[in-house]
Design a protein around this ligand. Structure first.
Ligand SMILES: *[C@@H]1O[C@H](CO)[C@@H](O)[C@H](O)[C@H]1NC(C)=O
Ligand SMILES: *[C@@H]1O[C@H](CO)[C@@H](O)[C@H](O)[C@H]1NC(C)=O
Ligand SMILES: *[C@@H]1O[C@H](CO)[C@@H](O)[C@H](O)[C@H]1NC(C)=O
Ligand SMILES: *[C@@H]1O[C@H](CO)[C@@H](O)[C@H](O)[C@H]1NC(C)=O
Length: 488
């Protein structure tokens, strides 16, 4: 009798606990108020196939009109990841089968992976009392994909025990910070290091958020030549802002390790290049990519800021459809975020020798052009720098990166920021870096931030040294002509 009633009481307690948990979930969502109405990806799957023939690639690309969103667009001999809505799943898997492609599963149920990411986030918040957003939180139901959850458990555990010392200003790279936290962090950094760190508000976003560039300098009056780094032009590529933030925290606070990088060289880092979109991915739709401006089509928002720069704008690899993920915008620089970046870069263009834009994912080190398959005159220099950068990252433990021009390695895409930086601003070294996604894609568990950020930083070290050797306006490649051309 006793065991039975104990069981009964236990079940009741379990039920009460369950209800309490839901209540707490509701209450605590005050901190994340909009989460309640966030877009759900329940029963969405993410599958990976690797086509080997052009015929397969053509058929796969055609699936775009049939319920598939490609996280990485189909190319021959590259892993191509498809996000598939539940109602289209059977049909799409049928197409894979007919092409004799054996898909592997990245996310069985994408919503479970998103919730696992949220849970990991809460656990780190719980364990780091010095983060201002700390909130006690009950344990969540473990609906997460076992594979994802197991990795989160295994790799998060050591991090959970390594607490930050009070007053430690090093970035918390154990979770993905939201826009407000990033803003708070860089303001603190500037306040703590007035002789080394300055903030530039380069303009407001569509929704009136500040776009803040962090300048790191040993001597502000000296006006040294400089390196530009931006991240998160595409909102859902969370590892990119995290990597940029780690870089700026090292440059500001890891004195001895970064002395050479800062010697006679300034850094301008824009850790969140699309704040409205980034905030939207945290609160409403984890997979949002574009800005959040209004378009001519009701219900379709935003343009792709990386198709919105005024250099061969909308000629190829971009869409004129406001509902498309690669919508080029109403006109070049219709997006205020792209325009703000343009204005700041252009006004200071003589100072920049290196432009870097962090994206995710797929391990690519890309140089211009994206608008044509032709190489820039000084492609040999661009390539050899990228090879050295790759070697340094691999040395630091990274997987290899694929190196090449955007068009040749990925696909044509006009209106990109890297093309504009080289073609219009005349910045000699210009790169888009697609950081690793492993077998998670955009939904990279936060336990990966530290390794990706550190390995990428070793690449930045090499970039910085190479930038010092380059002369602005003229590349050192013997066959090249000046790369500075006068476009609008
Ligand atoms: C998800 O799929 C499961 C199993 O097929 C089904 O029972 C459930 O109703 C689906 N949920 C939603 C929200 O579509
Ligand atoms: C935004 O930028 C304005 C103008 O530069 C500045 O005065 C203000 O303090 C900034 N606000 C925040 C929240 O950073
Ligand atoms: C400072 O830089 C060194 C050398 O790269 C590195 O080993 C160390 O972990 C860095 N310190 C922190 C706190 O990140
Ligand atoms: C953009 O659309 C929203 C929602 O439809 C509307 O409230 C807002 O006024 C629009 N803004 C502009 C500048 O047209």
């Amino acid at each position: 009798m006793a065991p039975c009633s104990a069981l009964h009481a236990g079940a009741l307690l379990g039920l009460a606990g369950h209800l309490l948990m839901h209540l707490l979930l509701l209450l605590s969502s005050g901190a994340r108020a909009q989460e309640v109405s966030a877009r759900s990806y329940t029963n969405y799957t993410v599958l990976r196939v690797t086509p080997t023939t052009d015929e397969q690639v053509r058929t796969l690309r055609g699936l775009e009109d049939r319920g598939v969103q490609w996280w990485t667009p189909p190319r021959r001999n590259f892993p191509c990841d498809a996000m598939i809505s539940p109602d289209k799943r059977n049909e799409v898997v049928g197409v894979f089968t007919s092409l004799q492609l054996q898909p592997t599963v990245l996310h069985q149920d994408l919503q479970d992976s998103i919730e696992a990411e949220n849970e990991a986030d809460r656990r780190v918040r719980r364990s780091t009392p010095n983060t201002r957003t700390w909130t006690p939180f009950p344990t969540l139901p473990r609906r997460a994909v076992p594979r994802y959850q197991a990795r989160v458990d295994k790799e998060l555990q050591p991090l959970l025990t390594s607490r930050f010392a009070p007053g430690d200003a090093y970035i918390n790279n154990q979770r993905y910070l939201d826009f407000e936290e990033i803003t708070t962090y860089i303001k603190e950094l500037a306040a703590n290091h007035p002789n080394k760190v300055r903030l530039h508000n380069i303009g407001f976003t569509h929704q009136k958020r500040n776009m803040t560039v962090v300048q790191l300098s040993n001597c502000f009056e000296c006006k040294y030549k400089a390196v530009w780094v931006d991240a998160g032009i595409h909102a859902r590529e969370w590892i990119a802002p995290a990597t940029a933030l780690f870089a700026l925290s090292q440059l500001a606070e890891n004195e001895t390790s970064t002395a050479e990088m800062r010697e006679h060289q300034d850094w301008f880092i824009l850790p969140v290049a699309n704040p409205d979109g980034y905030e939207f991915t945290h609160k409403k739709d984890r997979m949002w990519r574009k800005t959040r401006s209004n378009t001519s089509v009701p219900g379709c928002y935003g343009a792709d800021p990386n198709r919105n720069f005024d250099f061969h704008w909308n000629e190829i690899g971009a869409s004129s459809n406001p509902c498309s993920e690669t919508y080029a915008g109403r006109k070049a620089f219709s997006e205020i975020e792209a325009l703000n970046i343009r204005n700041f870069l252009y006004a200071n263009k003589e100072r920049f020798k290196l432009y870097i834009s962090y994206h995710a994912y797929g391990n690519f080190l890309l140089y211009p052009w994206g608008y044509t398959a032709d190489n820039p005159d000084d492609w040999k220099l661009l390539r050899s720098v990228a090879e050295k950068v790759n070697a340094a990252m691999v040395q630091a433990g990274s997987q290899e990166y694929t190196i090449g021009s955007s068009t040749q390695v990925l696909y044509p895409a006009a209106g990109g920021s890297d093309d504009w930086a080289k073609g219009v601003a005349g910045i000699p070294l210009s790169y888009t870096i697609e950081l690793p996604g492993f077998d998670f894609g955009f939904q990279l568990p936060p336990s990966y931030i530290d390794q990706v950020a550190r390995q990428s930083f070793e690449g930045l070290r090499v970039f910085a040294a190479e930038a010092k050797k380059v002369t602005r306006g003229r590349s050192r490649s013997p066959t090249s002509r000046p790369s500075q051309r006068s476009f609008g």
